[in-house]
Write a protein that binds this ligand. Sequence first.
Ligand SMILES: [Zn+2]
Length: 189
Amino acid sequence: MDCTILVNRTHLLEKDYIPPLLVEPSILFDAPLKDKRRLLSLPAARAVHLLFQSGRNQGIFLYGISGYRPYDRQKEIYDKRLRESSPDYVNLLIAPPGASEHQTGLALDVSCQDIDFSLENEFATTKEGQWLAANAPLFGFVVRYPKGKESVTGYAWEPWHIRYVTKSLSLYLTMTGLTLEEYYTHPSG
Ligand SMILES: [Zn+2]
């Protein structure tokens, strides 16, 4: 699979797209055993194992919360939120089915014990969140929805959502400050 694939509200995955090699990385999780959310595509699974292991060696304990999410599950989540809130609000926070990076198996939501394993902006203030933001690019990941890029990515700031893009691209995006959307619009920076 192409680990640099762009998936967003205008670049949708097919309903029946399933990543070829889904495996459970050997990392700490706060997620039910056997659940699909513990799965990642093989290249992302290998990389996140090294990333979290490097953290652990420095006393940083990161937990996987949610990785792979099938199309149908995304549709359930999206439809449920639409019944509860206005479409504009839901659309800033939740990807419509086919528009979620979690369907690629390359994205992982990460949290830590200090904030009870929640997915909140507060994660960015924890030592785990700060370590993750600084070190994820060294292992091929980017924090995909940065603060200040909401109008480019189409998503609210999500300090907990990391996306595997390969090490050469994660370093490039980090040095240039580009999001994946901007990279595909102006690849030369
Ligand atoms: Zn996410």
